[in-house]
Design a protein around this ligand. Structure first.
Ligand code: HAM
Length: 475
């Protein structure tokens, strides 16, 4: 390469300050590492836009919400299952539909080293349907009820409550078409939120079967064409591409036209109407608050009949348009569409970032103080000297196996700083293992309030700690 060209190449830097490598020539890993270090030293690594760390102060909320999700899913006999984060891109193109926002604008596509066109899963339903077919689950007793919590990826415009990696609590029920199944799913979603102290309102609709919808779309398109000049630019484009999505528009100017639009319920077949009425009767019997929302169509193509979304009950009072906490519905054609045997199905997904932000509000004050009440152990296990430190971990583990948890910090060698920590944690008793105790097979229990110490046989430690726990529980 002539010198001038080489100099120009070196000058040409991309945004990260990296020199663009020569065409066809790969950077050596060492050069890459050096440059990466240089970038990191200059401005530090940044969180990728739209992604979110779960930091320690949020950890407790994630644990609480996951535990509640597992408890309710398992109470309703959903079985935990998981699929890979990476799937064939075609799986979602086929099931969610080409014209949908998720496929058209938001999917993370990539090609691997073998030239396979892959993606990061943008939702769970199609992935579970693929797994249902791949593992011949039609031969199991139906319905096959699966649940999970996992990360999903959509290259959405980041804003509050909208991330590019987010998490859903997902429940799917494959194999049976029955209104009781739809109602059970709504009930699980509703009661999960209720268990977390969130009052919610379920928006319900039915979009019928493919024929019902086909006839309705003809009617809707004709209506929208007559109102074309009053519609927003986005909705104008959607009239031909996907007229049902016009009903989802958040644009102010579209609202009066949507209100006057023909309603899909009037196009439902008798069977679909009956199914929907029965779902609503079940919800009445369950005392679940719901509102009929005739314009609810959901943004994914696989739905048939029942569709629903769940909102915070008081959410609509704020100036921002309310974001759904979750959504779901029936998808009786999906499994067959993906190459499986005809298999009805229904499910829901709740967005955990949105749910957790509401749970946090309950515990945190406006100035950011407060938080989840922690369940703390009343004991601190302290050690003095290197040999005692070695013995501490096995003893702590023995206690744990017996159901007794103790605070400790084996990284702090000085007894004084360990006891300071014990004070900070407001424990009632410190268990102290020193050099002498190690030799004698004894251990000290110190009452932190009175300072009174008792030396006991190490073998009696569990019994003594249990006694203290019982006394504290009784008082
Ligand atoms: P979805 O309405 O696309 O449905 O998503 C369900 C929930 O996931 C939303 O209501 C929201 O809480 C959360 N969510 C979606 N996108 C984001 C985002 N970018 N950031 C944060 N949270 C988000 C589905 O995914 C269907 N698979 C639900 C389903 C299950 N239908 C039948 N079975």
């Amino acid at each position: 390469m002539p010198r001038k060209k080489e100099a120009l190449r070196k000058k040409a830097k991309n945004k990260t300050g990296k020199i663009i490598p020569k065409k066809g020539k790969q950077e050596s890993p060492k050069t890459a590492e050096k440059e990466t270090k240089a970038v990191a030293a200059k401005k530090g690594f940044q969180l990728v836009r739209g992604m979110k760390d779960i930091v320690p102060k949020e950890g407790g909320y994630w644990r609480l919400v996951s535990t509640k999700a597992a408890a309710i899913a398992e109470a309703y006999e959903f079985v935990y299952a998981e699929t890979p984060i990476v799937e064939q891109a075609a799986l979602f193109v086929r099931s969610l539909g080409k014209g949908t926002d998720v496929v058209e604008k938001e999917m993370y596509f990539f090609e691997d080293h073998d030239g396979n066109r892959l993606c990061l899963r943008p939702e769970m339903t199609a992935a579970f349907a693929r797994a249902y077919i791949s593992h011949g689950m039609h031969s199991l007793s139906q319905p096959v009820k699966l649940w999970n919590i996992g990360p999903l990826f959509r290259h959405d415009r980041p804003q509050a409550g909208r991330y590019r990696q987010f998490h859903q609590f997902n429940c799917e029920s494959f194999g049976v078409r029955d209104p009781a199944i739809d109602a059970e799913l709504v009930s699980v979603a509703y009661h999960f939120l209720k268990d977390l102290g969130i009052a919610s309102l379920v928006h319900m609709n039915s979009i019928g079967n493919t024929e019902d919808r086909g006839r309705y779309v003809v009617e809707l398109t004709a209506y929208l064409r007559t109102k074309r000049s009053y519609l927003s630019e986005l909705s104008k484009k959607r009239i031909t591409k996907n007229p049902l999505r016009v009903l989802d528009s958040k644009e102010e100017q579209d609202q009066p036209i949507i209100e006057e639009a023909p309603q899909i319920v009037d196009w439902l077949s008798d069977e679909s109407k009956k199914h929907f009425m029965q779902v609503l009767e079940y919800l009445d019997a369950l005392n679940i608050p719901y509102a009929l929302r005739p314009t609810l169509v959901r943004g994914l193509d696989y739905y048939t009949d029942t569709v629903f979304e769940i909102y915070e009950a008081e959410g609509e009072t704020s100036s921002e348009p309310a974001q759904a906490l979750g959504g779901g519905g029936r998808y009786d054609l999906l499994v067959e569409q993906l190459g499986g045997q005809p298999t009805p199905g229904a499910g829901f997904a709740l967005g955990l970032e949105r749910v957790i932000s509401l749970v946090r509000k309950q515990y945190q004050k406006e100035d950011g103080t407060g938080g989840l009440p922690e369940q703390r152990s009343p004991f601190f296990f302290a050690h003095l000297g290197e040999q005692a430190r070695q013995r501490a971990l096995p003893l702590i583990e023995d206690l744990r196996q017996d159901g007794i948890l103790v605070h400790h910090n084996v990284a702090k060698p000085a007894l004084k700083s360990q006891l300071e920590l014990a004070n900070k944690l407001h424990v009632s008793h410190a268990v102290i293992l020193g050099h002498k105790e190690l030799q004698d097979g004894t251990i000290i229990i110190r009452d932190m309030a009175s300072g009174i110490q008792e030396i006991i046989d190490q073998k009696k430690l569990r019994r003594e700690l249990r006694k203290i726990l019982e006394k504290q529980a009784a008082s």
